[in-house]
Design a protein around this ligand. Sequence first.
Ligand code: ZN
Length: 343
Amino acid sequence: MTTGTNAATVFCAGCDAERGTREETRTQALSVRGEPIAVVGQVLVCLACGQDITDPVRDDEVLVRAYNVYRTRHGLLLPREIRALRERYRLSQRAMAKLLGFGLITIQRYEAGALQDAAHDQLLRCFADPKTARAIADRHRGDVSPRQWQLFDQAAQAAADGKPIRPEVVPDLPTTDWETLATAVRYLVSRAAQRHLMVSRTKLLKLWWLADFLHFRSFARPITDVAYVALPRGPVPDRYKDYLWQLEDKGEIEEVETPYGPYEGYEYRVVDRESGESLAPTERACIEAVVDHFGSLSAAELSAMSHHEPLWPTFEADGRVPYEAAADLKMLDGLAEEARDRL
Ligand SMILES: [Zn+2]
């Protein structure tokens, strides 16, 4: 059955040329784990020679459909059920993988539609029971950050009590350039570590803000280009919780419990990675200047400093902290020259 003719041409191996195509809806016989499964799917056909044209996207759709038939037949969890299970416990993919003893790729593939093996499916089903989940996860407790464990523990407890907590869904973030953002934050954290400076959550947010504003003041553009808002403790990236969540989830930085320190009891670290390799020299210089200049101050001291800025009352008024304010920040006086000297 023909369902349509495509205007755009596609390369046909039979003709060895670009050809017009049409889509055919066809029942296809597939074999999933040795079991024959018939699914209806779209096939691309060459208008000139009539041959089927291989198309990875359509093939994937057909395969996922076949997997879902197989899952339903054998009582395996669907990809969206696996995802919902994870979100119910407020786990990132990375944290869920750690708590189950899976690889991160494994969870990512399952949620994307790859067919789980039977043993993994059984473990995931056990994980659906909050009490059992707690017992399974407890064996890998040391593999996730204390904060992640706390989120999981609260969610599992609430589910066990029959009062499930709404999942923490991370929406798409309004950053134009995730790679630069991640590299900059990683570099900031590792620079501080080199200097034996502790970077708590609040302190990271402060230094991030100062580095962006210093770069804007010195070179007329920010580094990470996130929006900043005024919170009671001073300017921070808008939606910083989502950014930190993603940075941790993608393994860019991790939050670990510190054995010392009067601040928050947690600090950020960079694990097993080169940092700063893809930053521009001006970006590196501003991050270094900010870390070296402010890194030894506590989060509370940095908050106090931002509150002493003459502009602070205007930030508080409308919530936004515009980049244009960088020129008038007393905290950055002298640092622009210092950043340029580092080049
Ligand atoms: Zn052809």
